[in-house]
Design a protein. Sequence first.
Length: 430
Amino acid sequence: MGSLMKTSDPRSALWSSTAAPPPETPPLRGDRRVDACVIGGGFTGLSAALHLAEAGVDTVLLEAEHPGFGASGRNHGQVVPGYSKHSPDEIVAKFGAERGEAMNRWVQESAALVFDLIRRHGIDCDAVQKGWLMPAHNAERLTVAREKHDQWAARGAPVEFLSRDQTVDLTGSTHYIGAWMHRGGGNIQPLSYTRGLARAAQKAGAAIHGASPALAIERSGGSWRVTTPGGTVTAEKVVLATNAYGGGLWPALAKSVVPVRLFQSATAPLSDNIARSILPQGHSISDSRRALWSFRKDAYGRLVVGAAPLFTIGIRRSVGRIVADHIREVFPQAGEVRLEHVWDGRIAVTTDRLPHLHDVAEGLYAGLGYSGRGIAMATGMGKLLAERVQDKPLAELPVPASPVRPLPLHALTIPLARLTIAWHRWQDRG
Ligand SMILES: Cc1cc2nc3c(=O)[nH]c(=O)nc-3n(C[C@H](O)[C@H](O)[C@H](O)COP(=O)(O)OP(=O)(O)OC[C@H]3O[C@@H](n4cnc5c(N)ncnc54)[C@H](O)[C@@H]3O)c2cc1C
């Protein structure tokens, strides 16, 4: 582990070493006037730019670093057709039958959209759509898994409830006592997917500028002027797609979510017979713990593990130890594993754990806060933002729009989130 790079350096993410080559995204030079300007080059922004360009809207995307620099290039790669916390019945209870069911359809369609875009644009990102599993490690969590399965099944979703033996067959682990599975889920190489979206958006006519941080957004006449170090973009409509990386650009938006640091690690490629015994059919799993663990393999037989550990002091040592212990517990056949990569990224968690869509001001829109489930939902949100830019009425969008609500005492929410994770880990024991 001694040679690992700093965890916050995106190059330490496994995906940087196995991704498809990046597209050319030269910095913005000079002043441009366009219909729409998208700020942020993750799934949200790139999907928005792609859908805008496909609709013939003249679009410029500005990215502070390079497409995929944020969570989109660092995540676990599980495409999940569901919310981070809620069951579909809870969504209906919260929003009513019509809006709630529209949102339930949207969250599943968003996962389908990911695989559809991959196919339609020939995106080379090791996509596997075999299904996504939520296995349970105890009886209480199995009841939760059963409820989620039953509620999605009642809506005709392609889900299955798996017995213990079926779960052992699909996971290669005797740690779990059952699972529910959504066949519409799967996994991808997330940085390659991001780069593929960027290429597709460029091909459709969008201009994508890397190394072009938006420094300020100002109203100028009936338009917005976005300033970057190398030039300006004047646009009638602007989309903010900066999620947990937005910093001071629009402070109220940044303060409306809690940025949480999540950790990932990947082993060295496993020997063929061990790799064949773990997730043998290529499924990905997020267990049903409150502080969840997730597992998948990459295209080269590495086991990729996601966790949200509490300790951030001496992180490489503590993540390495905690992850190796948990692998031993779940997949003892792996033996002593060597972690080749440890990295982190920031997600934006909302207090209601649902994605937020905002009309921030006239002609200024934002979508964020997927609370750790953003491959499908951010891709879907980008499409909605593109529709909103083209004046689709809010009432016709499946995700309800809300005012931007900065959280009081925002600085305290980060230590509070850590305490919550610690509390969840305590609840999860046994
Ligand atoms: C470690 C980890 C594991 C995860 N695992 C999963 C998973 O398995 N499945 C799943 O569904 N989701 C997962 N997620 C969540 C998912 O990755 C995110 O929800 C999703 O990537 C959010 O996409 P985004 O485009 O909204 O934001 P981001 O990808 O974070 O992109 C925001 C971009 O905005 C740019 N930016 C910020 N400020 C400016 C500015 N002023 N000017 C220009 N650009 C700017 C940033 O550089 C960044 O590239 C995970 C996240 C993390 C961190």
